[in-house]
Design a protein around this ligand. Structure first.
Ligand code: NOJ
Length: 559
């Protein structure tokens, strides 16, 4: 298996909100086709498509009703092949979302399975007469009674997402078939949805109810056959030059290493969640203010923990999380914090993923009523937690945490509907009102825009062995305002070093520099204030200087 993915960076498309090519208010493959040059120009090397398959959209694509087709809202298989062909011509790899922990309850397998115990699909899902006490992550209890079958089925996510029974060899054979179908078409790999949940503990014992929503997780995360099942899928993928990245909610470093290393290796990379817990955003009911120290601790744990053994997947945004400027930065210091956050993660060791709209600094949307939101987990959180609070407080909580903030239409221009769809169409979801200032067209023209900064960061990384392969070293881990890290590559005579200094503070913060670089002459290669960011220049760093709000500086040294 080649490791081409190490040098790459990816762009994630959540198609419904990306670009509408046919003017019906919904993003589609025609829209993607037209924007491929834009993606290429950003400086990434591949695309990850969140699910584009037929789906009733109870969880916007993550409830699949046909694994071998395209949702009619987005086009046809022929449209997909055209996109794939053009992407490949442009030198972009394409990876698909593989969602096999569950299907839609409208998938033909489920429709058959519920018919009864004699049906050939009977054991495709997990049925019980007496459910256990597990919670689902999205909609209360994890079991739903099915009138037709007269039994309960398990759903770790929404009611309309029944869990597949991966212990059934026929189900695993289906997964193999799905992998082959897309690989034969020419796709380059898979992002594998909640792949650490697919094996459940025998007997499905009760969980220890200590926290809502996650009760039971101890029995379905990294379950007894998880590595074996993933190795089976890996064997199929190894017949192709493809790569696999697993999504691993709540996975520990120790178990990630089992997926990523050794003879039983079953994945190339994993999306870890530790850093998402710095403000506990994944479980909204426990939301607390962002702690930079916790964030850094999580980042460093994975940077050091995988060093020399496996490879990190780097991300701050995706379709499951609010926008990072609103979350870790500041909408007041929009441009500065948007750029700082780019440098804070794009220069870590690993393969970076940029989520659509992140590169132009899109921010959270704030809708006036819960009914205006679309996401199933947003609604559950609103109706389940903190229900005694005032409406304003409950909505404020949704404003900071909803997944819908990442799902508003992409802002292409200052024209009606942000140029996402035709002027006379109605976009399927609300456009963020800041589209008149935050949009691709305007940011193309502004040499100091967030978009242009992302391009510079990705280009810098692409052309630097040190930034791709160099060793990671964190400095001042206890500093509550600064994230300072170094990337080091030993050369024949000495070393090349990049020093990244990020201020997460809206007030001026004291610059800090590791002792061995103090007073040394280096190059300031990137910074986010409208000064010298365009051209590197020689300088030295002295402690005592003050950094401006959300200032970031990237220095290069030959030592
Ligand atoms: C993780 C996906 O990223 C998320 O969007 C989805 O809701 C769940 N898995 C369930 O498929």
């Amino acid at each position: 298996m080649s490791d081409w993915y190490k040098k790459m960076s990816f762009y994630q498309i959540w198609i419904r909100s990306f670009a509408d090519g046919n003017g019906d208010g919904i993003g589609d493959l025609q829209g993607v086709y037209e924007k491929l040059e834009y993606i290429k120009k950003l400086g990434v090397d591949g695309i990850w498509f969140s699910p584009i398959y037929p789906s009733p959209n109870a969880d916007f694509g993550y409830d699949i009703s046909d694994y071998r087709n395209i949702h009619p809202d987005y086009g046809t298989l022929e449209d997909f092949k055209r996109v794939l062909e053009k992407a490949h011509k442009l030198g972009l790899k394409v990876i698909m979302d593989l969602v096999v922990n569950h299907t839609s309850d409208e998938h033909p397998w489920f429709l058959e399975s519920r018919k009864g115990k004699d049906n050939p699909y009977s054991d495709y899902y997990i049925w019980r007469d007496n459910p256990n006490n597990w919670d689902s992550l999205f909609e209360g209890n994890a079991w739903e009674y099915d009138e037709v079958r007269g039994q309960y089925y398990l759903h770790i996510f929404a009611k309309k997402q029944p869990d597949l029974n991966m212990d059934n060899p026929a189900v695993r054979a289906e997964v193999e078939g799905i992998l082959k179908f897309w690989l034969d078409m020419g796709v380059d790999g898979f992002r594998e949805d909640v792949i650490n949940f697919i094996s459940k503990k025998e007997g499905l014992p009760n969980g220890v109810p200590f926290l809502p929503a996650v009760n039971g997780m101890m029995h379905y995360k990294d379950g007894p056959h998880i590595y074996e099942y993933n190795q089976q899928f890996r064997k199929v993928c190894q017949q192709y030059d493809c790569f696999q990245i697993g999504e691993g909610p709540m996975t520990t470093l120790q178990s990630a290493l089992k997926y990523l290393t050794g003879p039983g290796k079953s994945l190339d990379m994993m999306f870890s969640f530790d850093h998402m817990m710095a403000d506990c955003m994944y479980t909204e009911y426990m939301h607390r203010p962002f702690s930079l120290i916790k964030f850094k601790k999580a980042i460093s744990k994975w940077q050091y923990g995988l060093a020399g053994r496996a490879w990190n997947a780097l991300y701050l945004e995706n379709h499951d999380h609010p926008r990072i400027i609103s979350r870790y930065g500041s909408e007041i210091f929009w441009k500065e914090s948007g750029k700082m956050l780019a440098a804070a993660y794009l220069f870590l060791q690993g393969t970076p993923f940029v989520y659509q709209g992140q590169e132009i600094g899109m921010t959270n949307i704030r809708l006036g009523r819960i009914e205006h939101y679309e996401d199933v987990s947003t609604k559950t959180n609103f109706h389940r937690y903190h229900v005694k609070d005032s409406m304003a407080r409950r909505l404020a909580r949704i404003h900071v945490s909803s997944r819908d903030s990442a799902r508003t239409p992409m802002q292409w221009s200052g024209k009606p509907h942000a140029g996402f769809t035709a002027p006379d169409a109605t976009p399927w979801f609300y456009v963020n009102r800041n589209y008149t200032t935050c949009n691709v067209e305007d940011e193309e023209k502004d040499p100091y825009s967030i978009l242009r900064f992302y391009r510079r960061c990705l280009s810098l990384r692409r052309h630097s062995k040190t930034l791709i392969f160099g060793e990671y070293r964190e400095h001042f881990p206890k500093d509550p305002l600064l994230f300072v890290y170094e990337r080091v590559m030993q050369t024949g005579k000495g070393s090349t070093r990049y020093l990244v200094i990020c201020s997460f503070s809206a007030a001026p913060a004291l610059l800090r520099c590791p002792k061995h670089l103090q007073g040394r002459r280096g190059q300031l290669v990137l910074d986010n204030y409208e000064r010298a960011e365009m051209k590197p220049f020689a300088t030295t760093i002295e402690e005592g200087e003050m950094l401006r709000p959300y200032e970031v500086r990237v220095y290069r040294f030959k030592v």
